[in-house]
Design a binder for this molecule. Structure first.
Ligand SMILES: N[C@@H](CCC(=O)N[C@@H](CS)C(=O)NCC(=O)O)C(=O)O
Length: 204
């Protein structure tokens, strides 16, 4: 679909929320225009937003008369809109399978234990330590896969690099575990991509 035929894209973000930037960054990489709506915590908890997301969370994308939630779903959709499939690989390709692999690995094997550790470290330090240990083994697996390459899949940037570098960014932000091997430089490099910088400037 050419850019001028796309339905309007509106992203709902809540002040201080960490995940919406993933969707903005992908839209910026894909060269797709979007409107950004920044809500207060009260607005995000209100009925109007609950009609967009059953748990009142962000990010939410409103497009074509529908609302779509889950940050990685938004990233995948935005990647689909990029003109030449460069953010995702061709449908059915091994490259795309590996992109899916790292997206799911980030979202199911790394992010949940990091969030659990952040939530429990004051009240249940032993639970937090277990969660950090689990996340760390998975982070080390990403470091081993990356080695000294620039990107997670093949030799080009994909949406897997967006989601993985954002999830790994939780480690220094909350001082949980350690980014091993080349991961600190990788996360830093991804954060300096012009599309990421533009997304951050918009989100404030
Ligand atoms: N798995 C969801 C998680 C969404 C999520 O938890 N978002 C946070 C902000 S980063 C939120 O809205 N939290 C509000 C709440 O938990 O009530 C995604 O990746 O989109």
């Amino acid at each position: 679909m050419s850019a001028h035929m796309l339905p309007a894209m509106r992203i709902f973000h809540r002040e201080k929320a960490g995940r919406p930037i993933r969707a903005l960054w992908t839209l910026e990489e894909a060269g797709v225009d979007y409107e950004l709506v920044v809500m207060t915590a009260e607005e995000a908890a209100g009925d109007e937003h609950r009609a967009r997301h059953p748990r009142g969370k962000v990010p939410v994308l409103e497009t074509g008369g529908e609302t779509v939630f889950e940050s990685t779903a938004l990233c995948l959709h935005a990647a689909d809109l990029s003109a030449d499939a460069r953010l995702l690989g061709e449908p059915g390709s091994t490259e795309r399978a590996l992109v899916y692999q790292w997206l799911f690995f980030a979202m199911t094997e790394i992010e949940p234990p990091l969030i659990e550790a952040a939530r429990t470290r004051e009240s249940h330090p032993e639970l937090a330590a277990k969660a950090v240990k689990k996340a760390q083994g998975n982070i080390d697996a990403v470091a081993a896969n990356l080695g000294d390459r620039d990107f997670l899949v093949g030799d080009s940037f994909t949406v897997a690099d967006i989601v993985m570098s954002e999830v790994l960014g939780i480690v220094p932000r909350f001082e949980l575990g350690e980014l091993t091997g080349a991961l600190p430089a990788y996360v830093e490099r991804m954060g300096q991509r012009p599309a990421r910088v533009r997304a951050e400037a918009r989100i404030g």
